[in-house]
Write a protein of this length. Structure first.
Length: 290
């Protein structure tokens, strides 16, 4: 919380509201201030502090504090965007993981707009001036060229000849799919479902320090034992190897306790299986950073 607060406060003190336009008239002091803010937002510590709050209102609120314009019920992931002031996200928008959004190049800054109900999926990169129309889908690994426009209800992916590839217009879908989407929208609009889902994920995210404490157990054990310092350090080194096995065993147990066996099935949006999957993503992400 302290690091996130420091980043938000520093951003507003040093650069304030960032606006589109040319960077030619900026002096060295302004350039340095922008560099400091970019460095803070790009730090791994900042990202790790927020990864536990993916798909929650907490993450959305942090990006709003950084200057982004975000509509209601947007499903936020830990996006990479160093100039959030120039990012506009519509209602019901969905992000995948590891999405990069560039709102500036060497010469100027341009706004990026993602409209209502659009999907920007895993590993996409959006360049300055991009507009994603309502309910348009950018598939995995889409590279949106500077100034590219994606019409509403289109499916796009990849990049060929400097432009993302248009695949087709979205169809109505099978009756079962339509029914599943209708149920997802009903849950999305339900204040009780939305609130319970967010509170549950925030509570789980607050347990992250307990998982991180696993890493420090060898040192805590060594310091608590009534033995000489040299022997305690040797014991700490030996138990560090054992701790790696404890980590793996704990991750194994949590996987089976939370998810069970992976299998193909329909999952209700904002249902119990969706919640358990988000919990597992939080847990596995925490262990990846240990």
């Amino acid at each position: 919380a302290a690091l996130v607060t420091l980043t938000v406060v520093t951003k507003w003190l040093l650069v304030g509201r960032v606006r589109p336009g040319s960077k030619a008239d900026e002096g060295s002091w302004s350039g340095m201030c922008h560099w400091v803010v970019r460095t803070l937002i790009e730090r791994d510590d900042f990202k790790e502090a927020l990864e536990g709050f993916i798909n929650t209102e907490v993450l959305r609120f942090v990006f709003v504090l950084l200057g982004a314009k975000i509509g209601r019920r947007a499903s936020m992931d830990m996006i990479q965007c160093t100039t959030p002031d120039l990012l506009s996200i519509g209602d019901y928008m969905l992000f995948g993981s590891k999405v990069g959004i560039l709102c500036e190049d060497e010469g100027k800054r341009k706004a990026v707009q993602i409209c209502r109900g659009a999907n920007v999926l895993d590993n996409c990169v959006l360049c300055p001036g991009v507009t994603v129309g309502q309910r348009a889908i950018l598939g995995t690994n889409t590279l949106a060229a500077p100034g590219q426009y994606f019409p509403p209800d289109t499916i796009n992916t990849g990049n060929k000849g400097g432009q993302a590839v248009f695949l087709r217009k979205k169809g109505k879908g099978a009756p079962a799919t339509v029914a599943l989407e209708a149920e997802a929208n009903r849950r999305l609009e339900s204040i009780w479902t939305w609130t319970a889902f967010n509170i549950g994920l925030c509570v789980v995210a607050m347990l992250e320090p307990a998982l991180r404490a696993v890493k420090t157990l060898p040192f805590i054990l060594a310091l608590c034992l009534p033995i000489p310092f040299t022997e305690s350090m040797c014991l700490a080194v030996l138990t560090m190897a054992l701790e790696e096995f404890v980590e793996a065993a704990l991750l194994f147990l949590l996987k089976w306790a939370v998810i069970g066996a992976f299998k193909e099935r329909e999952v209700v949006f904002f249902g119990l299986e969706h919640f358990k999957w988000m919990v597992w993503l939080m847990v596995s992400s925490t262990f990846n950073h240990l």
